[in-house]
Design a binder for this molecule. Structure first.
Ligand code: HPA
Length: 277
């Protein structure tokens, strides 16, 4: 049953895993692919990777799948794709992210991850565009996420669901990524609520508590992926130096421009890493 928004996840009585199972059935029907092996969520700047992964066998609006909502922002394409890699692995490419700041709650934020798990995917690759705290990270630098600090005050887990998050961002997969690009640096991702960018004082707080990257996604999704038993790999594209690290103001256009410029390089990196999974 769905409420007046038409999204079944907005019904508090709905079981989000059942909604995800229905969504996975939708995907199997639309794509003709019974099981996917790997899922990839595309953040700002990472959009071209899908084309380099292999052959796209199906591409469709996410809104055709149960529980997905229309995209809220330019730069976030609401498309799902099924791609087959040269090795024959099936990749579900998710170009439809629901952000926590949209205010629909954690169930909607992590629905794509739970759906990916229900399609059979055992590996979840999460990418985003984010602000960098390390001075050596100029805009356009891709970095691995080594860990996160969840500053949203929210969780996708419901009830007394105790999930171990040690090695949430798999060391095995980070090492594999570094075997493809040894220059990859890594850092701790801080998920803020957004949608306002951080104040310089908030960036200094993030730095003081051990953060290196600031953004508005990924942590809640990674938690849900681990709950579903998936192995997680996270990448941030540093689109800008975080507020106060650079002295000029931040703009959403700057973030999108940096993403566009870095896109060819980081997309090929991502395709090579996924090709090696
Ligand atoms: N902060 C939060 N989210 C972001 C940023 C940032 O500086 N850049 C891109 N996404």
């Amino acid at each position: 049953m769905s409420d007046s928004t038409g999204n079944p996840l907005d019904d508090p009585a709905a079981d989000p895993f059942e909604v995800a199972a229905t969504a996975a059935e939708d995907i199997a029907r639309i794509t003709g692919v019974e099981r996917h092996d790997i899922a990839l969520t595309l953040g700002s700047g990472w959009g071209k990777a899908a084309e380099l992964l292999g052959e796209t066998t199906a591409s469709f609006p996410a809104t055709q799948v149960t529980g997905f909502s229309a995209p809220a922002l330019t730069g976030h394409v609401g498309t799902l794709r099924s791609v087959v890699t040269p090795k024959g692995r099936r990749v579900l490419v998710i170009g439809a992210r629901t952000h926590f700041y949209e205010g629909h709650g954690p169930r909607r934020v992590v629905h794509s991850v739970r759906t990916a798990a229900a399609t059979g995917a055992r590996t979840m690759v999460l990418t985003n565009g984010a602000g960098g705290i390390k001075h050596t990270w100029t805009p356009g630098t891709p970095v691995l996420i080594s860990d996160h600090i969840n500053l949203t005050g929210a969780t996708p887990l419901e009830g007394a669901t105790f999930i171990d998050l040690t090695d949430l961002y798999s060391l095995r997969l980070r090492d594999l990524a570094r075997s493809i690009d040894p220059t990859l640096d890594e850092g701790v991702y801080c998920q803020f609520h957004g949608p306002q960018y951080e104040t310089p004082a908030e960036v200094q707080m993030a730095k003081a508590i051990g953060g290196h990257i600031v953004g508005m996604s990924t942590a809640l999704e990674a938690i849900a992926a681990r709950q579903a038993g998936m192995e997680v790999l996270g990448f941030s594209l540093i689109t800008n130096m975080a507020a106060g690290i650079q002295k000029t103001p931040l703009s959403h256009h700057e973030v999108l421009d940096a993403g566009r410029e870095a896109e060819p390089v980081i997309s090929s990196l991502l395709a090579r890493v996924i090709g090696a999974l």
